[in-house]
Design a binder for this molecule. Structure first.
Ligand SMILES: C[S@@+](CC[C@H](N)C(=O)[O-])C[C@H]1O[C@@H](n2cnc3c(N)ncnc32)[C@H](O)[C@@H]1O
Length: 261
């Protein structure tokens, strides 16, 4: 009885938290130049930005708690030698790494995500990018595509946990596909993320061809530069360094491209 009341109150707490935060982000995105942003008075502006910072900090720590719970015991690094060979043959690498939660938050904040956005993580591993993006930003749809059966299984296990805790919003979808990122379609993507540090040049070229079929305005966040971006109507719009699970204190390079036509 105690446990069910405790988990019920936890669910209610997080549902309320997510509606507040997502509601806040949506209204902020809708009203770029909203009453307070375009406000006449500086004091009002700084109050707004203080409130925003506090809301985002609170949100990130709440999401981190849910993520820790969902991924307890998960380890994407351990896969069978057969799977490892299969991934290498497809242009990937057996070395596993992940973006850090704070780096993902920073990158997605920069993209001003709205409820019209659709995210695909190409090579989603155990699904943490997809899961965190869904919990922290108002994406309409988030999808992870992963070749490794074992990592895909971990992602599905975490998704089942998310559903059982009542954190899935019926108006927004979250899913994982076990498949090859070269063969699986994702033409509805408005944001594509790829932790591509270990992707072969040949795989990057195949992906660039696929990116040329994305919608105008789609953003691609990649850890390896896209070869000959102009050829694929892609423009480099931002370059920075962010912390990855393997990176040194100065972080690893991240490139953001935009589909121009
Ligand atoms: C470095 S991990 C990134 C995990 C996750 N996206 C993150 O950033 O936290 C890259 C993943 O890409 C997957 N991968 C490599 N080549 C692939 C391919 N052709 N199709 C689908 N997944 C692939 C690997 O199995 C691995 O799990």
């Amino acid at each position: 009885m105690y446990i069910s009341i405790k988990s019920l109150s936890q669910s209610l707490f997080f549902c309320a938290l997510f509606s507040i935060v997502i509601g806040y982000q949506e209204s902020h995105a809708r009203t770029k130049g909203c009453a307070s942003c375009s406000a006449e008075k500086t004091s009002r502006k700084s109050k707004h930005s203080r409130y925003r910072k506090q809301a985002l900090k609170f949100q990130s720590s709440a999401v981190a708690a849910v993520m820790d719970d969902l991924y307890r015991g998960a380890n994407g690094s351990i896969i069978s030698p057969a799977e490892s060979d299969f991934i290498k043959a497809k242009g990937g690498n057996s070395t596993y790494g992940e973006i850090t939660p704070s780096a993902l938050t920073a990158l997605l904040q920069q993209l001003s995500i709205t409820k019209k956005d659709v995210l695909y993580d190409l090579g989603s591993g155990t699904g943490k990018v997809v899961m965190q993006s869904y919990l922290e930003f108002p994406f309409k749809k988030v999808v992870g595509i992963e070749l490794s059966a074992q990592r895909y299984k971990e992602a599905q296990r975490a998704l089942a946990g998310l559903k059982s805790r009542g954190f899935v919003d019926k108006k927004r979808s979250i899913s994982f596909i076990q498949g090859d990122i070269v063969e699986t379609p994702y033409t509805d993507a408005t944001v594509v993320y790829l932790c591509s540090t270990c992707f072969s040049d040949d795989l990057m070229t195949k992906l660039a061809e696929k990116f040329s079929r994305l919608k105008k305005g789609a953003r691609i966040v990649t850890l390896k530069q896209i070869p000959h971006p102009n050829k694929y109507r892609l423009q480099l719009i931002h370059e920075c360094r962010q912390a990855m699970s393997w990176s040194t204190p100065e972080g690893s390079p991240v490139y953001i491209y935009k589909k121009t036509k």
